[in-house]
Design a protein around this ligand. Structure first.
Ligand SMILES: *[C@@H]1O[C@H](CO)[C@@H](O)[C@H](O)[C@H]1NC(C)=O
Ligand SMILES: *[C@@H]1O[C@H](CO)[C@@H](O)[C@H](O)[C@H]1NC(C)=O
Length: 337
């Protein structure tokens, strides 16, 4: 949906709807309603945010998150979507593992763990090229990344999955495809940006990715056009997870061979296997209404709740296992690595 034909006519004023908001932790546990529906426990641990209708099975035909949820950990009170990633662990010299906690981004102090979520459109000053985005539809879900990726070349198939080594809370570059190699004083930020072009038909696909595509060239920000197979421009969904490594930054505790000590909950020590999952769950047309509003970050069209109310929403894990001691194995990963 390119609006180039309207250039200079309707688009005199910018229509920069871009929202950025915090979500507290809903639960940390082994379920994965997108990739392993119904499987309890799922193969690896996730940290999950959003609506409390989260369940191991969320078949879109009979599981409507805004109807079934009674609260959400996200700042927009109409957003009952679920967003999740794997969990980061630290491996000590003695071979035991400890879960790395998460912390809130700058500006969201007081939020309990969780992530920062963005829905972005066109940030360029060139309004001539403005693309209008179509919000995700009820039942929509998607995945990005490859848990099996072991090389940089494999990781590069996913254009915008990166890490930022936070020197302080405002560091935003450089971004790397692999884990930082030196301690990061303010933590490791994992950045997950989803593809932005939809086939316009399927709410999901067997690998949870084929119904979406990257732009034909470049990135969302550089505004390559959507390919003919996936013609519908969607908001760019992005997650920032800040892993608070402060308890694990002492080089004396790092491996003697000079390698870095962090490992994803699915056993990846390179960082190349990073991935993210999304199940849409905004109430009615709330997301489209916000996207259509010419606002930037502070959007009055986005109804919000307090951080206190975000923190009050949580879910008891259905899989009860120790995630918070020094562990001899990462849950679900049978072999010590
Ligand atoms: C929740 O998941 C369980 C286990 O897969 C399933 O039996 C149940 O029907 C699901 N509940 C809802 C509301 O989707
Ligand atoms: C392993 O190392 C960690 C970090 O130094 C320490 O806290 C823990 O007690 C050690 N565990 C054992 C069994 O020695």
């Amino acid at each position: 949906m390119h609006w180039k034909s309207l250039a200079g006519l309707a688009l005199v004023a910018p229509s920069h709807a871009l929202i950025r908001f915090g979500c507290s932790q809903l639960v940390v546990q082994r379920i994965d309603p997108l990739v392993n529906p119904g499987l309890v426990p799922s193969p690896h641990v996730h940290q999950i945010i959003g609506g409390n209708s989260l369940n191991a099975t969320m078949d879109h035909a009979n599981h409507d998150p805004p109807t079934l949820s009674t609260c959400t950990t996200c700042q927009p009170s109409d957003d009952f979507s679920n967003y999740w990633t794997a969990v980061l662990f630290f491996r000590a010299r003695n071979g035991t593992y400890h879960r790395v906690p998460q912390k809130a981004n700058a500006g969201f102090e007081g939020q309990n763990g969780g992530m920062t979520v963005y829905y972005m459109q066109d940030q360029l000053a060139d309004y001539q090229q403005q693309t209008k985005v179509t919000a995700f539809q009820p039942g929509f879900r998607m995945y990005v990344g490859d848990v099996e990726a072991k090389t940089k070349a494999q990781a590069q198939q996913y254009r915008q999955l990166t890490y930022t080594c936070l020197q302080d809370m405002s560091t935003r570059f450089p971004e790397t495809k692999d884990f930082p190699t030196a301690p990061c004083p303010a933590g490791i930020m994992a950045n997950i940006r989803f593809p932005t072009c939809w086939d316009g038909k399927n709410l999901d696909s067997p690998n949870h990715m084929d119904h979406m595509s990257y732009p034909e060239s470049g990135t969302f920000e550089s505004q390559g056009p959507c390919p003919a197979s996936h013609p519908v421009a969607m908001p760019q969904l992005m997650y920032e997870t800040i892993w608070d490594t402060s308890a694990f930054n002492n080089k004396e505790d790092w491996p003697e061979d000079g390698s870095q000590p962090f490992v994803w909950s699915f056993g990846d020590t390179t960082g190349y296997g990073t991935h993210g999952d999304y199940i849409f769950g905004w109430k009615d047309g709330a997301l489209q209404a916000i996207m259509d509003d010419p606002c930037y970050v502070s959007c009055s069209s986005m109804k919000t709740q307090s951080i206190e109310d975000m923190n009050k929403c949580s879910l008891a894990p259905v899989v009860n296992e120790d995630l918070d001691s020094w562990l001899t194995t990462i849950p679900g990963q049978s072999m010590p690595m």
